[in-house]
Design a protein around this ligand. Structure first.
Ligand SMILES: *[C@@H]1O[C@H](CO)[C@@H](O)[C@H](O)[C@H]1NC(C)=O
Ligand SMILES: *[C@@H]1O[C@H](CO)[C@@H](O)[C@H](O)[C@H]1NC(C)=O
Ligand SMILES: *[C@@H]1O[C@H](CO)[C@@H](O)[C@H](O)[C@H]1NC(C)=O
Ligand SMILES: *[C@@H]1O[C@H](CO)[C@@H](O)[C@H](O)[C@H]1NC(C)=O
Length: 961
């Protein structure tokens, strides 16, 4: 039995035969998912691009604070603005943060404040603090106590403590800063990572990595660890971009993007993770490791994949999250463990991320382990010469490889672990034309969900799994890139930023409408809560008609054939197919599948445009949904095939004749057979014309003997009635072929034999002795009767060497059967017979001369195999073929009349007129000349006489006057 479960799309075959293979059920023609469906999502809009957001989860309905240039706005649960605090421009009366500080401003400094840091501290009582640090005022910070009213910024800058050369309160760098706040013994510690250049690092100096805490007076910072700063000589050439920082358990981590080698400006980019312990945030405890997200074809065990490793070197965004049960099991970590998720891109030498992205997960216990092992490798004795790295923070040195126990000198130094820690891309390098720019990872039940923003403004929502990540939503927020700044807002929603809009994105996907088929809809992840609602995939509350989560109606995508012969046509108890209510079509389970049903009908009378109805009622099985309902498709016709003509209607007993049967609806149904008597005629082609006109071309089989046989056409199981017959005639026999040679261009051949007219197609085939040459063929097209047939040898299509001949064998096939073979057949160069070589093609013969000769080219090569006849005045003169000449004597008794005699040469029946032979008689010539001269003399004498007479007449006239 067919497993009916999960059956949805049905392509029906009526009738029984599937063997012909002519019809294939369309498998991919239906789009199952349409990612262009638009989902309008709620958003909050600012004037200038959004730079940072911070979520306050304390109220029942969380709030979010949105920072853009010169302003921080409070936004409530329904994305309405509740307050704003101006942070710039510096010097303007509006700037609330500026007024809170007693700080000297520099006249040349930029005045517009970009927000660099926006972070909540929930440890303070009774209301949380919002910290903000800007690009102006030397990067100092402010805090605001968040209660229900509009907050008032307070300045974190103590004038006396700071100077242009020493500035603990200068926190943020305009080149980029990240801050993580950690609670340590009721004190909030600030871990800061900032991008610096010489300007930022030297005047009101800011540090690359440092730790601070607030004075209890809440008016400035105390440096806990002066941290690390890029060495002055490298500050302008070596940029470290800090992308994300976070704390987990005992450590704070900083993620950065920087070049591999500080002294080589074209070295490759790398992603690095730096780590400081919260309890002892001292420089000497600083550790760093290179993180790699890669695609490794070997580890993916894809044998046919010959591509090389791809390392996605450039981190674009990261998020600290967890893995729910399924993914945690795959990663072999516990569900409680912190996992760093990062989206990476391939980054070129100049630091531009390419459209080739990946997502990797780094469990933090593993990261810590890798760091510990790496530091140990530097400090225990070993053969490898390792470097301590971090040559941008400290002078370069090699690992000492000292193993004396208890000596902490080696481990008490900032160290870069020598081996990168790499993880595999979730997407198996399939994200090859997209640039990921943002990532958040949440869990729903036992699934881990990745929410990824792209440079095209798309959001991809994916169930993460190392084997096959499932993209369940992919939709556009806005046209431009999704910002790295993103946040988890509540249990079921997230915040993503595009330009100056902050969108609230549901974690379970924006909706279901992008699933365009019922099966795709009902097999969508359960948490999406999709159901089928009269042709559309919707959530229950969106559906105004019946919302069905359990079953789909079947769909007929196509059916074959469109026409079936009248009589027989196309049962299971769950699947019923009927043709225009009345006739049932019996389903043949062994030929059917979830995508194809084959059924056999009972007798139907001819009819046009019938409707196929499919009714399916499945019991609920193991699958997520069942098939239940009906589907219809019209356009099925039942026809009466007929045969009107068979051409030709005879052929030789040995068969091989190509016969065309013409009639109506011979193309109907699925399978057809043609029989002449009980022998199958091999079908070559079935063609369809207008108005049911159709034809079958087949090749006859050999018959038992001579005679007329009945013709039978069976379409599917239905026999087409006809009185037409076919006559098998005696086989043709060839007795003689002449000549057995040919010119290169192909020569006429005369074939003699018996019954040559019983077959239809005669082919002359030449097979060269040189085995690499394909046989040449030519179909006979000359006159033909039972005993005599004129054919042409195939032309020899290749160059023939001058004066050389080519030998092979010749065979003659009639209706596909070889009935003549001669082992030797020669090809000779084309010949020329050159006419008499004067203007009139006249050949004068002196008295007594009888030899007539003319020139030719290559005629001697065929003189033995072809008939060469030369005639003078129609009489054969028995010519002799010499090397360059053809010569004969005027036959005795042949009189050449004065107008001469025509000379002709016939080569293999082809006749050339070469000219006329005449007698050259001198006496006759002189008589003619005499007569001509006599006439001329008489004319001159006559003219003279006339002149004399005229002169005399004129004189007489004058005299009369
Ligand atoms: C959010 O703020 C807007 C505008 O101030 C206001 O209309 C709306 O009622 C507020 N929503 C809530 C849930 O407080
Ligand atoms: C520890 O090792 C350093 C060299 O790395 C050495 O100078 C120092 O004397 C050692 N101290 C002890 C107590 O072994
Ligand atoms: C065929 O179906 C139509 C509409 O469902 C119905 O009106 C008609 O009576 C049916 N005919 C037969 C022969 O069952
Ligand atoms: C076939 O029948 C269907 C309804 O049964 C109708 O919609 C369609 O137009 C018909 N097609 C033709 C070609 O008659």
């Amino acid at each position: 039995m067919v497993t009916w479960a999960a059956l949805l799309t049905v392509c029906i075959w009526i009738q029984t035969q599937t063997a012909s293979g002519q019809h294939k059920c369309p498998s991919t023609s239906r789009t199952q998912v349409d990612y262009s469906v638009k989902y309008p999502l709620p958003y909050f809009q600012t004037d200038k691009p959004i730079q940072n957001i911070a979520v306050n989860t304390i109220p029942d309905q969380p709030e979010v604070y949105v920072a853009s240039q010169n302003v921080i706005e409070g936004v409530n649960f329904t994305l309405g603005k509740i307050w704003e605090v101006k942070t710039g421009p510096v010097g303007s009366a509006d700037c609330e943060t500026c007024q809170a500080c007693d700080i000297e401003t520099e006249p040349e400094a930029p005045v517009d404040t970009d927000n660099e840091v926006l972070i909540m501290d929930f440890a303070v009582y009774p209301f949380p603090y919002l910290y903000t640090c800007g690009s102006t005022l030397h990067g100092i910070c402010h805090f605001m106590e968040i209660d229900s009213s509009k907050p008032v910024p307070k300045c974190l800058y103590k004038r006396g403590n700071n100077s242009p050369t020493f500035c603990p309160d200068c926190v943020a760098s305009p080149l980029g800063t990240t801050v993580t706040i950690v609670e340590q013994a009721f004190i909030s510690l600030f871990f800061v990572a900032a991008s610096v250049n010489s300007e930022v690092a030297q005047r009101y100096p800011r540090r690359s990595i440092s730790a601070m805490r607030q004075f209890s007076t809440e008016d400035g910072f105390e440096v806990v660890s002066k941290g690390l700063t890029v060495l002055p000589s490298l500050q302008d050439s070596y940029k470290i971009e800090y992308i994300y920082s976070f704390s987990s358990k005992d450590y704070v981590y900083f993620l950065s993007l920087q070049r591999e080698n500080p002294s080589r400006s074209n070295s490759a980019f790398q992603t690095r993770l730096g780590r400081l312990p919260v309890a002892t945030p001292e420089v000497w405890m600083y550790r760093e490791v290179v993180l790699e997200c890669k695609y490794d074809p070997k580890r993916r065990r894809r044998r046919r994949d010959v591509s090389k490793d791809i390392v996605y070197n450039g981190l674009q965004a990261a998020h600290l999250g967890k893995a729910a049960k399924k993914l945690a099991d795959e990663l072999r970590v516990s569900e409680t463990e912190d996992i760093l998720y990062g989206v990476f891109a391939e980054m070129n030498e100049s630091g531009e991320p390419q459209r080739s992205s990946a997502l990797c997960a780094f469990p933090l216990t593993r990261v810590d382990h890798v760091i510990d092992v790496g530091v140990e490798a530097c400090c225990k004795s070993g053969p490898e010469q390792l470097s301590r790295g971090l040559c941008h923070f400290q002078p370069c040195e090699s690992c000492p490889h000292e193993s004396s126990e208890g000596n902490v000198t080696c481990t008490a130094k900032p160290t870069l672990v020598s081996k990168p820690y790499n993880r595999l891309d979730f997407f198996n390098r399939q994200m090859s034309d997209v640039l990921f720019t943002s990532v958040l990872v949440t869990t729903i039940g036992d699934q881990t969900i990745g929410h990824i923003g792209t440079s095209d403004g798309q959001i991809l929502q994916v169930i993460l799994s190392m084997n096959t990540p499932i993209v369940f939503a992919n939709y556009s927020l806005d046209g431009s890139a999704v910002s790295r700044t993103a946040a988890v807002y509540s249990e079921d929603s997230l915040l993503f930023v595009v330009g100056n809009k902050m969108f609230k994105v549901p974690s379970a996907g924006p909706g279901c409408a992008h699933f365009t088929t019922c099966s795709k809809c009902l097999t969508a992840p359960l948490f999406m809560n999709c159901g089928w609602c009269s042709g559309t995939c919707l959530r229950q509350h969106e559906c105004s008609s019946q919302w069905n989560k359990n079953s789909c109606a079947p769909v007929i995508t196509e059916f074959f054939p469109k026409t079936a012969p009248a009589g027989a046509v196309a049962s299971s108890d769950t699947h019923i197919i009927s043709v225009s209510n009345g006739t049932f079509c019996t389903v043949l389970p062994e030929r059917s599948s979830s995508k194809k049903l084959v059924c056999r009908t009972k007798e139907i009378s001819p009819n046009n445009n019938l409707t196929i109805t499919l009714y399916v009622q499945e019991r609920e099985g193991q699958s997520r949904y069942s098939i239940d309902g009906t589907a219809e498709m019209s356009g099925f016709s039942v026809v009466e095939p007929s045969i009107t003509e068979i051409r030709p209607d005879f052929g030789p007993v040995f068969g091989g004749t190509t016969v065309t049967l013409t009639g109506r609806y011979l193309d109907s149904g699925i399978k057809r057979e043609v029989f002449f008597a009980d022998k199958k005629c091999n079908i070559q082609n079935v063609s369809t014309g207008n108005g049911g006109l159709s034809s079958i071309v087949c090749t006859t089989a050999s018959a038992a003997g001579v005679g007329t046989v009945p013709v039978k056409v069976i379409i599917d199981k239905f026999e087409v009635e006809t009185t037409k017959t076919f006559l098998y005639k005696e086989n043709p026999v060839i007795t003689k072929v002449d000549p057995l040679c040919s010119f290169q261009g192909g020569s006429k051949m005369v074939v003699q034999g018996q019954n040559l007219d019983s077959a239809h197609k005669t082919v002359i085939q030449y097979t060269s002795k040189s085995s690499h040459v394909q046989p040449y063929q030519r179909v006979c097209s000359g006159t033909k009767n039972a005993t005599h047939m004129v054919c042409w040898a195939p032309a020899f299509p290749e160059e023939m060497p001058e004066d050389k001949s080519e030998t092979g064998e010749i065979s003659i096939h009639m209706d596909g059967k070889r009935i003549f073979l001669r082992k030797r057949f020669d090809y000779h160069p084309n010949v020329k017979v050159i006419p008499f070589e004067n203007d009139d093609h006249l050949l004068p013969l002196k008295p007594g001369e009888t030899e007539v000769s003319l020139h030719h080219s290559k005629l001697n090569t065929v003189s033995t195999c072809m008939k060469i006849i030369m005639t003078i005045g129609g009489v054969n003169c028995n010519a002799q073929v010499l090397l360059n000449e053809l010569t004969c004597r005027v036959p005795k008794g042949l009189v050449i009349p004065s107008e001469g005699l025509p000379v002709k040469v016939s080569v293999n029946g082809e006749v050339y007129d070469v000219g006329t032979v005449v007698n050259s008689d001198t006496s006759q010539t002189s008589v003619i000349i005499g007569i001509v001269l006599g006439i001329l003399a008489a004319l001159v004498a006559g003219a003279g006489l006339a002149l004399v007479v005229m002169i005399n007449l004129r004189k007489k006239k004058r005299g009369k006057k």
